[in-house]
Every structure is written in structure tokens, then in C-alpha cells.
Design a protein around this ligand. Structure first.
Ligand SMILES: *Cc1c(COP(=O)(O)O)cnc(C)c1O
Length: 365
């Protein structure tokens, strides 16, 4: 048996450590997971009700076209229904985009470090990967533009960027899009857009009206707190979306996911409260890092990338023994930790644990 050449070297995805596993392995009673940017406040009560109501229909296939969810979202975003595509998380929209558009030998451009799924799915399709280092933790759009050739198929921009949390602003993004050839797709991954409070953050839905080659990727996994149900979406020009839809599996989103997502869209109060509490938590963490003399990238999502000034594996392991699961080990950032903004109580416990870890390391020299 011989697998495709393009996948032989691929690593299996390593998720953040699950809470139950850490409790078992370390014999801990209380464990806080701040590793996967999940919503510490759960999901909307209305979404929970919608899930329960769907249980009676579990034996019936879901609506392949996500009709109810599509209509609700199209109305909220002010786009046409045919401009939307849903996936099993935005991960699957990334997969479908690569599958629909990339042929072996095409070039695709992305930042380094950024969300790993762009590279992963592009490699599977046999693309040549062009990685452009971040500049001060932010996408270097000029350097990315300089890498465009007549073989370029997709440029990926993660905004806010995972793992650094930085954003590309409206003005620079618009200037960039004006220079990108119209046959090159620009995928704007906005998994965290609801958390952004900076007024200079791009209005990407307005941009897709001007640029037919832009697809915006969003998800119900983050602020909506529905990560387990796997719903994400893409928005773009109907022609671009059309071909992504052609490679979509017939029943790629579930009844539960569709119903919960539609209910969650309607619960603006829940989303606003998550946004507000996240902003407060972000400020709290940054103030604590300032006090500890630790530098961090300007955070715009629900996580902060902080430089611990120690090997991140060491800090990660020490935090784990204190019941805190963080995220570490990025090749470009060997001393950084990415920490999800939790509830106030979780944030305080994390900072206390971090202080202890840093103190212990200082004593040991
Ligand atoms: C979490 C995340 C996603 C997608 O998550 P799904 O659960 O697959 O919707 C996409 N992009 C980035 C940058 C993310 O952090």
C-alpha cells in the first residue's frame, strides 16, 4: 500500500491536552484548560434548548443546505444565501477551499507562525507552501505580496492571527487587496472577529462586495461556545462559494450544529456578555504580565501570547503540575506561551500559578 506522496510526512494533529487526561495522569482534582481558545462561559441557553429539541429527529439526516441557518445568517450579515457555505467547523471550510482550488504545483502563501490548517490542507493537495515570517508578530503583507507569482492560488490571512493575537488593519488590508491579482484567492480567517474591539479592524463583509476573490472564514466554535458541534462558515462572492460547495460532503453539518448555531445567532445578549467579559479578562492578563515584566503581543482575540523568558516546555510542564493547561512550543517562539482568556477566577488562578513557576525557576537559577 502506498499513500499519496504529499501526505507521507504530515504530522497527526496534536490538540490541547484534555482536562480529564491531565487529572488522571497527575492525580489532580481541579484542572483549568486555557489551551484551545474555548469559551469559558459555555454556550447560549437558547442553543442548548435547540439541541435538546433536535434529539427527537436524530434518526433523520440533516438538511444538506442548512436552510434555516443560511437564511438567518444571510440576513444578519446582509449577504445573499448563495454567498454562504457551511462546514464541520471552519477547519472543514479550509479543507474544502484547498480541495476545490489547489492543484499540485500551485503556490499558496501564508504567515509563519499562523494557524496550521492552511499549510496542512494545502500540502495534501500538493501545493508549494510559501511561508512568510511575521513582522513583530503581525502579518507582513508587503512581504507576502512580493511572493505572488503566476502560480499563486490562495493567500491565507489569519485575523486576529493565531497564535499571536495581532490584527491586520482595514487600511493596510484594503491596500493589499487592491494589489493582489484578481485570480488569486485571499482567505481571511476571522475565527475570533467577535472578540475584536479595535475600531481599525477590517469590515470584511464590506470588502467581499468590492473584491470577488476574498472569502471570509468564521466559526461557531469560539465566541458562540459550540466547538463540540462543529459548525463554521465561509462568505464570499457567489461564484467563488459555488465551487467550494461542489466538493462539500452532502451532510457535513449536523442537525444539532445547525439548530444550535441558528439559535445562538439570535442570542445577542449572550454574545455581548462574552465579548465584554473577554475584554476585561484580556486587560487583567495584560496588566498582570506588565507587573511581572513579561512582554506579549497586542491581543485582539480571546487569547494572549506572552514571552515567559524561559523555555516554554519547562513553563508548560510546571503549569500543568499546578493544574493549568496552556499551549506552548511554537518553532519561532521558543519562550512564549499562548493562554486563553478564561473566566476571572481562572485568569487569577493562572496568574498565581505562573508567578509561582517564575519564582521557582528564579530560585533554581
Ligand atoms: C479555532 C480556529 C479555527 C476553526 O475552528 P473550527 O472549530 O474548525 O471552526 C479556524 N481558524 C483559527 C485561526 C482558529 O483559531
Amino acid at each position: 500500500m502506498q499513500p499519496k506522496q504529499s501526505i507521507i510526512h504530515l504530522p497527526v494533529y496534536q490538540p490541547g491536552k484534555p482536562v480529564e487526561e491531565v487529572k488522571r495522569e497527575l492525580g489532580l482534582k481541579d484542572v483549568i484548560k486555557l489551551a484551545s481558545n474555548e469559551n469559558p462561559f459555555g454556550c447560549s441557553e437558547q442553543a442548548k434548548l435547540a439541541i435538546v429539541n433536535e434529539i427527537a429527529h436524530a434518526s433523520i439526516y440533516p438538511d444538506s443546505f442548512s436552510t434555516v441557518l443560511t437564511s438567518a445568517l444571510a440576513e444578519q450579515l446582509g449577504v445573499e444565501r448563495k454567498q454562504l457555505i457551511f462546514g464541520a467547523g471552519s477547519d472543514e471550510v479550509i479543507l474544502m477551499l484547498a480541495r476545490a482550488y489547489i492543484t499540485p504545483g500551485d503556490e499558496t502563501i501564508m504567515a509563519d507562525e499562523t494557524f496550521p490548517q492552511y499549510k496542512h490542507n494545502s500540502e495534501i493537495e500538493g501545493a508549494v507552501i510559501i511561508e512568510v515570517p511575521l513582522k513583530d508578530g503581525t502579518h507582513d503583507l508587503e512581504a507576502m505580496l512580493a511572493k505572488v507569482t503566476d502560480k499563486t492560488k490562495i493567500i491565507w490571512i489569519c485575523n486576529p492571527n493565531n497564535p499571536t493575537g495581532t490584527i491586520v488593519r482595514q487600511e493596510e488590508l484594503t491596500a493589499f487587496l487592491r494589489q493582489v491579482p484578481s485570480n488569486v484567492i485571499v482567505a481571511l480567517d476571522e475565527a475570533y472577529y467577535e472578540y475584536v474591539t479595535d475600531a481599525a479592524y477590517p469590515d470584511s463583509i464590506a470588502l467581499i462586495k468590492e473584491f470577488n476573490n476574498v472569502i471570509v472564514l468564521r466559526t461557531f466554535s469560539k465566541i458562540h461556545g459550540l466547538a463540540a458541534l462543529r459548525v463554521g462558515y465561509g462568505v464570499g462572492h457567489a461564484d467563488l462559494i459555488h465551487y467550494v460547495n461542489q466538493v462539500r460532503e452532502p451532510f457535513n453539518t449536523t442537525r444539532f450544529g445547525q439548530a444550535a448555531a441558528a439559535a445562538s445567532i439570535g442570542d445577542g445578549a449572550f454574545l455581548q456578555s462574552c465579548r465584554d467579559r473577554n475584554s476585561e479578562g484580556r486587560l487583567y492578563l495584560c496588566a498582570a504580565f506588565d507587573r511581572l515584566g513579561l512582554q506579549y503581543f497586542e491581543p485582539h482575540g480571546n487569547f494572549v501570547m506572552v514571552d515567559t523568558k524561559l523555555p516554554s516546555k519547562q513553563v508548560f510542564d510546571a503549569l500543568l503540575r499546578k493544574g493549568i493547561i496552556a499551549r506552548a512550543r511554537w518553532s519561532y517562539y521558543p519562550t512564549h506561551l499562548r493562554i486563553t482568556v478564561g473566566s476571572q477566577e481562572q485568569n487569577e488562578k493562572f496568574i498565581q500559578a505562573l508567578e509561582e513557576v517564575l519564582d521557582e525557576a528564579a530560585v533554581l537559577g
